[in-house]
Every structure is written in structure tokens, then in C-alpha cells.
Design a protein around this ligand. Structure first.
Ligand code: NAG
Length: 761
């Protein structure tokens, strides 16, 4: 984890104490600055005539106490030097939760259209407080707040953050902290993923086995999947119903709705271990899983007793969670057991269903009916579209946006959570050195997210309720890692969800973030410094002669240098430079005589390095790498998925890459480097076909290979050797495994193809 030098980043920022610059995140709809300022001090009174607004006042006072060491007194009547909270309840558009915050010589006035609106006004007020840069400043109790008027309203009604407590769980105190983080970002939904293959985490009184057995696993894999071993240590726990009630109330006091998720029909190993009769006859034995991935375990859809069980569970869940929405999962449900199960097959027949996909749809429809009968609405992952959508279901689109688009077109409400922008378990550092699930979603990518796809017309767009960031915790054993993964990206998604699209502005966000980093320090949260790391980019050099190496540091006040191993002493970096041969290049950042960061690029040259590559199709949005040039940029991955950015990914389809060497050259070997990580449904190419040409028009087949040679970790290569031949253009047709065959992880799903480098020797 790149946690080094966190203190240093304080120095990166401009002086903030008592400065008049406004650094509110998410950016409000309008801020009009006045002249003059108001002094908030220990005598300032909180005037809160409406009982309901007391909670917002309480939140403010708790914040003051925790981070500044004092509280304000409450008063019922208006007075000078006060902060007045009023909720208008005069509501033109109640779903909008607008507020107005005015600071003038009288003090502060917050008027919300609704109670949540008033609460959001408090969040803005918190961000008008100066952020202490040192602990001693934190004891100051006089704050100067500029006169101003803020008018504000959220863009989306659904602004969510998710947390998976199945893979790892966290103490109630941390769940509350997490809810505070959501509140501080003016977000309003906490999606609590409570059941998984690796643990059932909510007490259900009728089925005590769920927590007695299902909440405990006998070990956990060590390191990245498939792991270097197992820690053989019993791990688990659960939230009692009393704790759940406490958490739901805690969230409600912050105008946050907790959406519980009870996964079905898949991701259910823990429940099946507790009650094996829930599974298909003949399947099992089950265990609470100790590793990550997708398992065949699934509730039997042929037995009515399964449905009865799930209804009983939901009865208790519904009584604990007042949320209108109940999430019933629906993702990644392998149909292997259903195919072999006589009861499921009988159900398919009796209900006139086409196949197991329609059986899944039957399952979800049936559960939806039950949930609807209790006056609630289901949310499901986008797999619930397969075999026909349940009539009132809300779709959470995670495998890209296509599920969400299809659902919106069918007039179903949608919450966008695409893996390309909203998965906070993906790395945010270019050179992440802690284990993560992979991927690469830096802060700017989250910020760039637009939840309403432009293929939707105005009416369809209304079905996009908002978006959510997902926090899957396979590689987040402790709360500190959760914080490291969500910060600063939570701040970016909050602005995506709150601020009108036209008002979003990345460079202004970057400016405001400098203060937000100080707030993170104030909160003592373990945020990621990835934003401040040296960024590297490898680009084609002019005329495709070599590789252009670019370094960038966000902070410009220190010294950015570079060194080519064995060649030279470190030089000042001013502009991108060209490299023509295999070399290790190190970028170095110094400030005040201290080394703050360094990054080494191991460039490995072959005839294709730096050359132009053309792809017949762009890679998936989740794994775009650096586009086509990824294949000839001179970097051969040796870190597997942890450096997903060094691959381009394709989901299910074949790909054809054509390299132009610039001139005809003698070649005899073509190597395609790719990744093999079955647990993540990433498979090597089935085969590669190589054709060559001298004019780029007529190609002749030169050779092929279907032999994947495994190397370190999940890396490997396919190689074609030919008689030395002169060629300028080399076309490589790479065959994806396509649909994953039975017996392999992810059977029936589309295989991922992860390509790293094409070498020509
Ligand atoms: C998916 C799974 C999830 C897993 C995560 C890792 C969804 C809806 N399902 O494979 O269980 O933890 O991605 O990124 O995301």
C-alpha cells in the first residue's frame, strides 16, 4: 500500500486556515459570496425549533466535539450569533431535498425543503469550518465563516455506497463510521451485503444455524486467489438483530436508508452449509467457503421448502429494515446443480419454462411477489434480466451499463454500478502494491462517470435513479483497508451523484480535494495517496521509433527527476523522452531534500516495441489498459491481475491485432502474452493464428499455436515459430475461449481474455 509520506501531503496544500476559498464537496448548485464574515464561537447557539431537526443539530455538535473539542448550546428562539435550522415542509419537489444556507451578520440560517435537505445544509456548514492543519489548531474555538448564500439540491435521488460484510466483517463501531462517511458526502443509501458463500452475517431467529454454522469458516486463503496457502484460522461473526436495529436507527438519524441484501439463488454456500436441505438433492457436501470466486452451490428451485425458508428469512429482514427496497442478489448463479436436479427439472416442466435461465427468472419472480406482498420492492443485480424481468424489480447494473439500459427501456428503475467506474475494490494506484481484486479505477475515472447513458431518451433517462459504488471485501481484512479503498474515490462519486452535470469540473474538484485530504486527516481516516504518486505513461514515439516515456507529478513544488539504469546519473525531468532499447527507467520525486516517491519502468524491447498496433475492436470498458498500444509498449506484466492496467480485456469475443513494423524485417517468432486466472473467469487464448504481409493488404498465413505456456503467477504465453521471413505487417488472430465449458470455473459464462504484450523476434 502506498501509505508513505502521508504527512508530506499536508505541505502540498495551500494555506487554508481561515482562508476564504470555498471547498465544498460535492459542489453545490449555487454559491453567492457576500462581503464580510460571521464569527462562530463557543457562544453561538443552535436554534432548532423543530424536534425532527434536532438530529441534524446533534450531528453538527458531535462533529464539533470530536474534531474541535467543543459543543454549542441549543436554543428554541431566534437570537443573534446563532445557527438556525428550519425545515420548510413547504415542498414543491419533495424528492429533491433542497436546502438554502445563508451566512450573514446574524449568523447562519439553514432552511431545508425537507428534513434531509436541512441535514445536507449541515454537511455544507461543516465544510465551511476551517480545517485545522495541526492538532493544536483543532482546539481553536473561533471560526470565521464568510457571508454567503448557498442554494443546493441533489441531482440524483439514489446516492449509494455498498459494503460486503460476507467476505470480511467489521465491528459495529466501524459500520457506524462508514455510515458517517456516507452522510458527510450527502449520500443517502447504504447497501449492506449481508450474506455470502464465505459467511452469513445477520441473525435470523427462526434459523439459528445460519449464524451458528453459516457465520464461521475454518480458514481463509492467504494472498491473492488462488492463494499461497490457507491461514487455517476460524473466522467469522454476525450482527445480532439488536445491533442491526441500532445500525438502522443510526443511519436513519442521518437520513440514510439501509438496504439489506440477502443473496439468492447463488452465493449461498454459507446458508447451505447450515441447512443442506436447501440445496438440490445429490449436491453438496457444503462448506462455508474459504476462498474467493463463484461456487456452484445454489438454493434448490424445485422444492417449496426453499421458498418457505427464504420467505421466513425475509419476514425477519423486512421487520428489521424499514427500507422500501430489499435486495435479493441474483448475480452469478451457476446452473450446474439445477441441471442435474430432478426436482428443478420437474419444476421447469411443470411451469413450462424453457431452461435453467427461465428457472432463475421464476425464482426471482416468485420471491418478488412475496416481497411486494409485504409492500416492498426488490432490487437485483442485472442477471435478473435473464429469462424475463420481474414486474416491479429495480435493476442494479454491474456488468457494464447494458443491463441498466435494457431495464430502463423496459420502464424499470435502475441503479448504475458498472465495474468500469464504480467498483471500489479495484486498484486506484497505477502501481498498487497491496493485494486488490485487480482493475484500475483512479480518482479521475470515478469523477468522469456519467450515470445516464446517452443512448437513453429523456423519458427512459428518468428511470436512472442514480448510482452506487460497490465495496467487495475479498482483499479488505481490516477497516483500514476499506478506508484506503474508498478514499478519496467516495468524494468523487458523491459529486457525480449530487452535482448537476454542467457544474462538474475536474480541475476545480482537484483544487477542492486539497482541503478534503486535510479533512480525511482530521477524521484520521486511512485514505489513499495514489493521486499524488508519480504517474507514468508510455506512448508511441514520433514515427513509431521507440517508446515515449512520460512522468507526471501532481505537486509541482518539488523536483521530478529520472534515471536510466546503468546509463546516467539522475537528470531533471522536463519533458517526455524517447527510449529505444531495453532499459529500466526510474522516475523520482524529491522535495525539501527528501525522496517522496519513485517508480521504475522495466522496458523490454523487441521488434514490435513502440510500433503501431491496430485492433479490430476496442477492449472492454472495465479493462481498457492503455488502448491498443498496451500490446507493444514494452511492458511484460509479471504482477498478474494486481496490475490489470497492463492488460487489455475482452469478454467472450475473439480479437485481431495487426502490427506495422514500419519497414519489412526478418522475423521468426511471434509471442502473445496473456493471463490465466480461472477464478476470475480469465482464460488463455484457445489459439493464435499469425499471418504476415509486406503491403498490409494481402496476408498469408504463417503459423499458429494452441499451446499456452505457463509462466510466473497467472502469466503465460503462446508462441509461433516460423522460418525466418521478411514481413512488415503481422496480423495475430487471437481466439477467445468463448463460452466457458462445463467443469471449469464460470461454466456457461463468457470467458475473459486478458492480453498483455505481443513480441516479435
Ligand atoms: C463480482 C461479484 C462479487 C465479487 C465482485 C468482485 C457482483 C454483483 N458480484 O464477481 O460477489 O465480490 O464482483 O469485484 O459484483
Amino acid at each position: 500500500m502506498r501509505l508513505i509520506y502521508s504527512l508530506v501531503f499536508v505541505l502540498f496544500t495551500a494555506p487554508l486556515c481561515f482562508s476564504q476559498s470555498l471547498n465544498i464537496i460535492p459542489q453545490p448548485a449555487s454559491i453567492i459570496k457576500g462581503s464580510g464574515s460571521f464569527e462562530l464561537n463557543r457562544q453561538t447557539a443552535l436554534v432548532v425549533p423543530d424536534e425532527e431537526d434536532r438530529k441534524a443539530a446533534q450531528f453538527f455538535n458531535d462533529y464539533l466535539k470530536e474534531y474541535y473539542g467543543f459543543k454549542l448550546g441549543l436554543a428554541n428562539k431566534a437570537q443573534k450569533n446563532s445557527i438556525r435550522l428550519t425545515t420548510r415542509k413547504f415542498i414543491k419537489a419533495p424528492e429533491k431535498d433542497a436546502y438554502q444556507l445563508t451566512v450573514n451578520s446574524q449568523g447562519v440560517s439553514i432552511e431545508g425543503d425537507t428534513y434531509p435537505g436541512t441535514f445536507y445544509g449541515i454537511q455544507s456548514l461543516i465544510q465551511l469550518l476551517p480545517v485545522p492543519k495541526t492538532q493544536s489548531q483543532a482546539t481553536d474555538s473561533k471560526f470565521v465563516i464568510p457571508h454567503l448564500t448557498i442554494q443546493d439540491t441533489p441531482r440524483f435521488a439514489y446516492r449509494g455506497l455498498h459494503l460486503d460484510v460476507g467476505r470480511h466483517m467489521y465491528p459495529v463501531s466501524f459500520i457506524k463510521k462508514y455510515i458517517d462517511y456516507i452522510a458527510l458526502h450527502k449520500m443517502n443509501y447504504f447497501h449492506w451485503h449481508l450474506t455470502e458463500d464465505q459467511g452469513w452475517r445477520i441473525e435470523i431467529k427462526k434459523y439459528p444455524g445460519l449464524t451458528k454454522v453459516g457465520a464461521w469458516r475454518d480458514g481463509t486463503i492467504i494472498g491473492r486467489y488462488p492463494g499461497t496457502g490457507n491461514d487455517n484460522t476460524r473466522y467469522g461473526g454476525y450482527y445480532s438483530q439488536e445491533e442491526v436495529k441500532e445500525i438502522v436507527q443510526y443511519a436513519a438519524d442521518r437520513h440514510i436508508t439501509v438496504i439489506p441484501e440477502i443473496e439468492m439463488p447463488g452465493h449461498s454456500s454459507a446458508a447451505l452449509t447450515a441447512y443442506p436441505w436447501l440445496g438440490c438433492p445429490g449436491s453438496g457436501p457444503y462448506k462455508v467457503e474459504q476462498t474467493w470466486g463463484v461456487f456452484d452451490d445454489i438454493y434448490c428451485a424445485g422444492k417449496d421448502s426453499t421458498f418457505q425458508f427464504l420467505q421466513d428469512v425475509l419476514d425477519e429482514v423486512i421487520s428489521l429494515f424499514p427500507s422500501k427496497y430489499i435486495h435479493i442478489g441474483g448475480d452469478e448463479s451457476p446452473k450446474t446443480n439445477w441441471k442435474a436436479c430432478p426436482l428443478c427439472q420437474a419444476r421447469i416442466k411443470a411451469e413450462g419454462l424453457k431452461d435453467e435461465h427461465e428457472l432463475q427468472s421464476y425464482f426471482i419472480h416468485r420471491m418478488e411477489k412475496y416481497v411486494n406482498s409485504k409492500g416492498r420492492t426488490i432490487i437485483g443485480w442485472d442477471e435478473i434480466l435473464e429469462g424475463g424481468l420481474a414486474p416491479k424489480a429495480v435493476v442494479m447494473s454491474w456488468r457494464g451499463e447494458s443491463g441498466g439500459i435494457a431495464a430502463a427501456k423496459e420502464n424499470h428503475y435502475v441503479i448504475m454500478t458498472p465495474g468500469s467506474h464504480c467498483y471500489f475494490d479495484y486498484s486506484q494506484a497505477q502501481n498498487e502494491d497491496s493485494v486488490t481484486i485487480g482493475g484500475y479505477i483512479p480518482l479521475e475515472k470515478v469523477y468522469s462517470y456519467e450515470p445516464v447513458p446517452n443512448v437513453l431518451d429523456k423519458d427512459q433517462a428518468k428511470y436512472i435513479l442514480g448510482a452506487q459504488a460497490n465495496v467487495w471485501t475479498e482483499y479488505m481484512r481490516y477497516p483500514s483497508k476499506v478506508e484506503y479503498m474508498i478514499f478519496p474515490r467516495l468524494s468523487a462519486i458523491s459529486e457525480v451523484l449530487w452535482t448537476a452535470a454542467a457544474k462538474k469540473n475536474w480541475s476545480d474538484f482537484e483544487r477542492r480535494m486539497q482541503t478534503q485530504y486535510l479533512r480525511y486527516q482530521l477524521w484520521k481516516t486511512n485514505y489513499s495517496n495514489a493521486y499524488f504518486d508519480i504517474k507514468t505513461a508510455l506512448l508511441p514515439a514520433p514515427g513509431n521509433k521507440g517508446v515515449l516515456v512520460k512522468f507526471e507529478s501532481k505537486d509541482k513544488t518539488g523536483k521530478l527527476m529520472y534515471r536510466i539504469a546503468g546509463k546516467s546519473a539522475a537528470k531533471n525531468y522536463t519533458t517526455p523522452f524517447v527510449i529505444n532499447a531495453t532499459s529500466h527507467i526510474t522516475g523520482i520525486y524529491y522535495k525539501n531534500g527528501k525522496l517522496l516517491d519513485s517508480v521504475t519502468i522495466p522496458l523490454q524491447f523487441n521488434k514490435a516495441t513502440g510500433k503501431k498496433v491496430t485492433l479490430n475492436e476496442p477492449p472492454s470498458k472495465n479493462y481498457p489498459g492503455d488502448g491498443a498500444f498496451t500490446l507493444t509498449d514494452g511492458i511484460i506484466n509479471d504482477k498478474g491481475l494486481n496490475r490489470s492496467r497492463e492488460f487489455i480485456g475482452y469478454n467472450g469475443n475473439d480479437i485481431s491485432a495487426t502490427i506495422d513494423l514500419g519497414t519489412a524485417q526478418k522475423i521468426d517468432t511471434i509471442v502473445v502474452h496473456s493471463l490465466y486466472s480461472a477464478g476470475s473467469w480469465i482464460y488463455p487464448p484457445q489459439s493464435i493464428d499469425v499471418s504476415i504481409s509486406t503491403d498490409g493488404k494481402s496476408f498469408k498465413k504463417a503459423g499458429s499455436s494452441d499451446a499456452f505456456i505457463k509462466m510466473n503467477g497467472g502469466n503465460g504465453k503462446l508462441m509461433v515459430t516460423i522460418l525466418p521471413t521478411s514481413a512488415r505487417y503481422i496480423q495475430v488472430d487471437i481466439k477467445n475461449l468463448g463460452k466457458i465449458p462445463e467443469g471449469k470455473a464460470g461454466a456457461g459464462e463468457k470467458a475473459w481474455l486478458f492480453l498483455d504484450e505481443i513480441e516479435i523476434l
